[in-house]
Design a protein around this ligand. Structure first.
Ligand SMILES: C[S@@+](CC[C@H](N)C(=O)[O-])C[C@H]1O[C@@H](n2cnc3c(N)ncnc32)[C@H](O)[C@@H]1O
Length: 295
């Protein structure tokens, strides 16, 4: 049994400012070890892309860099840059993949990155849902896409993860855990419908090749496995002292299983959007004409 005041008694390592800005709370090793469901979703999306081998690729929100390094293998004559504002993720990626010649990693944010070059392929896996100002992010991506380039994204539609959020809220308010969350500023999440998101893509000047709202059942072998997976990506980790984290994520898993009415199974219903978009030919023409008129 966990003492309800233990969170008060143990010093906390909260990073509210970083949490608010959705950066720098990651543990790259833990993420790399446990985030197989995310890696599988990225691999599935990438199967649909036919690599020529010489592409210039930008991977946004590259995290520990494993997917970015795999992309580099696919383009031996090309180059891949992974960007991420989480300093520990970038440091880990640089360190781990320092021997891969055609990959580099940079501490940059999707909201303000800038390169003089354009990219044939821009990817972003399990990252864009952490960004609130989607318009700014997508406009910046658009400006860095080559004329015939492609944007490939896997992200979470926040509205669809409600049982998980309900479980988190229930724990944050519970007698046992509430003292951990008194000063906790929860991260801000994206909340936008699929229709509005597609409208935004079109407004910016993208043409959508396909846009799929997916539901993937992720079966875990045990409640411990599920708890470790939650811990590997949840920013709530930082509000809970290290000694209590296992208990917290176990309790979170119990709550999730209760809310999703599971008995004897440990399944997570993983909702994602997967889409591919390019610069719309109408916009290309529009830019071409407006440049001509200005010239
Ligand atoms: C769950 S990890 C995904 C890592 C990897 N792409 C994957 O599929 O496993 C999410 C990453 O998005 C990054 N991220 C959050 N906000 C971002 C932003 N504004 N710009 C770029 N990346 C961001 C985080 O730092 C984190 O490393």
């Amino acid at each position: 049994m966990i003492d309800s005041r233990r969170c008060d008694l143990i010093s906390k390592a909260t990073m509210p400012e970083n949490l608010y800005r959705n950066i720098n709370f990651w543990d790259p090793k833990l993420y790399l070890e446990k985030a197989t469901p995310q890696f599988q979703l990225a691999a599935l999306a990438l199967k649909k892309y036919k690599f020529k081998g010489n592409e210039q690729i930008l991977d946004i929100g590259c995290g520990p860099g494993n997917i970015t390094a795999k992309l580099a293998q696919k383009v031996p004559q090309g180059k891949v840059i992974g960007i991420d504002p989480a300093k520990n993720m970038i440091a880990f990626a640089k360190d781990t993949y320092s021997k891969v010649k055609n990959v580099s990693f940079e501490d940059k944010n999707v909201l303000n990155f800038s390169y003089s070059q354009k990219f044939d392929l821009i990817t972003s896996f399990s990252a864009l849902h952490w960004v609130i100002n989607q318009e700014a992010a997508l406009a910046r991506i658009y400006n860095h896409l080559a004329k015939h380039g492609m944007l490939m994204v896997v992200m979470i539609p926040q509205r669809k993860v409600e049982p998980m959020h309900d479980a988190l809220i229930s724990l944050e308010r519970s007698e046992v855990w509430q003292s951990c969350f008194e000063k906790f500023i929860p991260p801000r999440y994206l909340a936008v419908s699929q229709e509005s998101y597609q409208e935004l893509l079109n407004k910016i000047g993208f043409q959508i090749d396909y846009f799929e709202a997916k539901e993937t059942l992720v079966p875990f072998e045990s409640i411990d496995d599920m708890a470790k997976w939650f811990e590997s990506w949840s920013s709530h980790r930082l509000a809970v002292p290290a000694q209590l984290r296992r208990g917290f994520f176990y309790a979170l898993s119990e709550e999730y299983l209760f809310l999703t009415q599971q008995r004897g199974t440990f399944d997570y219903n993983y909702a994602t959007w997967e889409f591919v978009a390019r610069i719309s030919p109408h916009h290309r023409l529009f830019h071409y004409l407006s440049n001509k008129i200005r010239a």
